[in-house]
Design a protein. Structure first.
Length: 128
């Protein structure tokens, strides 16, 4: 009897699935709806059965999506990938400074004006 792709949780190149052999596809969605990354997914049942060995084997193929009740619950990534993300985040430009921060970083004026001079200049600008 052939099991449809949408129902199949695990398919393997070998006829018997051994717990130490990694499955070739563990996505629970139909093949046409699985992205290439999501095909590297582990169900909670598979994770409970094989524990860390399942994660280690799946990590050899990239990010691992952990599924709970057929929904993505978490993503596991390798230590190397995590360090790359940290490095990229540290090199990313920070948020732009606010107007107040910009004003506070400006040096004091070399020729300060008195309030009366500023008021006179503003009054002249308002008279068109």
């Amino acid at each position: 009897m052939r099991v449809p792709a949408a129902i199949s949780l695990l398919t393997s190149s070998s006829p018997k699935q051994h717990p130490l052999n990694p499955p070739t596809r563990v996505c629970t969605w139909p093949r046409d709806r699985c992205s290439k990354d999501q095909q590297n997914a582990l169900t909670s049942a598979e994770l409970n059965r094989r524990r860390i060995a399942a994660i280690e084997q799946a990590l050899q193929h990239g990010l691992v999506y952990l599924l709970k009740r057929n929904r993505s619950a978490a993503v596991v990534l390798s230590e190397q990938h995590y360090r790359q993300l940290q490095l990229q985040a540290s090199r990313a430009p920070g948020a732009a400074a606010s107007a107040l921060q910009w004003l506070l970083t400006q040096p004091p004026s070399t020729s300060p004006r008195r309030k009366a001079e500023i008021d006179a200049d503003l009054a002249a600008e308002r008279e068109w």
